[in-house]
Design a protein around this ligand. Sequence first.
Ligand SMILES: Nc1nc2c(c(=O)[nH]1)N[C@H]1C(S)=C(S)[C@@H](COP(=O)(O)O)O[C@H]1N2
Ligand SMILES: [Mo]
Length: 458
Amino acid sequence: MLSRRSLLRLSVGAAALPAFSFDETVPVAKKTGMIVRAARPEDLEMPLEFFSDYLTPAEHFFVRTHTYVPRVSPGEYKLEVAGEVSKPLALSMTDIRKLPRVELVSVLECAGNGRSLYAPPMPGLQWSYGAVGNAKWAGVRLGDVLKQAGVKPAGREVLFDGLDVGPGTMPDFQRTIPVKKALDPNTLLAYEMNGRTLPLQHGFPLRVIAPGWASDSWVKWLAKITVLDHDFDGFFMKTAYRHPGKPVRPGEAVPPEKMSPVTSLRVKSVISTPADGATVAPGGVVKVAGAAWSGDGGPVESVEVSADGGRTWRAAAMISPRTPFGWRLWSFDWRPAREQFHTLMARAKTAAGDIQPFAQEWNPSGYQWNVVHKVGVNVSSQPAPAAQPAGPVDVSGQPAGYRSSCLVCHGDDVVTQQRLTRGQWEKEVDKMGRWGARVKPEDREALLDYLMRISRGR
Ligand SMILES: Nc1nc2c(c(=O)[nH]1)N[C@H]1C(S)=C(S)[C@@H](COP(=O)(O)O)O[C@H]1N2
Ligand SMILES: [Mo]
């Protein structure tokens, strides 16, 4: 691992990351029809139309990679279990498969899903609705592995480390969950997704399944589990993935130590059809449909639909059964009579009474967006005018050093999707500097001007 990281460090400032060769026995999912938030490293969002599937096929399942997909050699793979345990382990996939097999359906949703909908904006991938999917996972209980190792009474947190290593001096993606969540019978180490071997992009050969929790805890390419007797202080626990836990003034800088780790997902629904901006003919039946899910506070009980901006609500039919962690498809037959514009909304509720809000408490990193989804539909016998696609961003006129300072570890798309103020860009350039970007002091102002121009700078 050390040698791999130093190789990456050397490549910074010189050329793009080295290309990885894959063992043919490693299954790679083919992706189609996805919204590319970033090509390198790969971050793919699922368009709304695919919320029509109960189980999201790997082909349409969103992808989130902080660094890049690591090279995995199945023959050499071992899962290490260490730390506060009486018997440290090194398990092969054959050893792991000998433990009882468990299957469960669960939603996997990125904590940052919906970030682009927050105002004021913040840096990060500008996800809209589709950094989420629902799959049937199969594997073993993490608790069964930990029982084999024997967690000592001092054990408090369980640290997960995957095979991926960041470029330059970027902190490693390492995450912990409390021992209590680790021993929950629903917390799994999965080797299958939707009845097939887990694809490489989703964590082959083994990933964490933490049902009901945001997917930053669902570590992929799991290589090492360490039981700790203290709070882990890595970047991805102590700085990233934290929420103030109460409303704060929008735009406020909250120190990380005043925030807590994001855990449970929130109750949420999305409208898969009709599409926002659609035109439908009057007099017929329009199918309004989508998916709804929640976190560890119990499944979604009902979804209501409004066609008049929230004045009146009607119950949707729940198509798929209630399961502890899967999403539920729902559908509503809408009969618009008059030619007019309608604002459709869908609102999910759990048995415990958790319900989606109409306005979201802002938080510094834009986590856990679950505002009632709205789509505008025009009821008209006239066809809709052709939509004007947004033109490409003009990335010409690169200042000195942009390419060698900023396009070493990732592409332009990571940069152009941001909507930041100059002050936020300055902080972003400083953060990248800490991770290994080299910006000459005399190039900094021109670089900031350029970043404001090619992104949707405010
Ligand atoms: N090892 C490793 N695990 C990881 C990540 C990562 O970058 N590296 N990203 C996490 C985040 S933030 C998310 S949202 C999910 C995405 O899972 P998916 O790509 O299978 O959809 O993986 C999580 N597990
Ligand atoms: Mo995420």
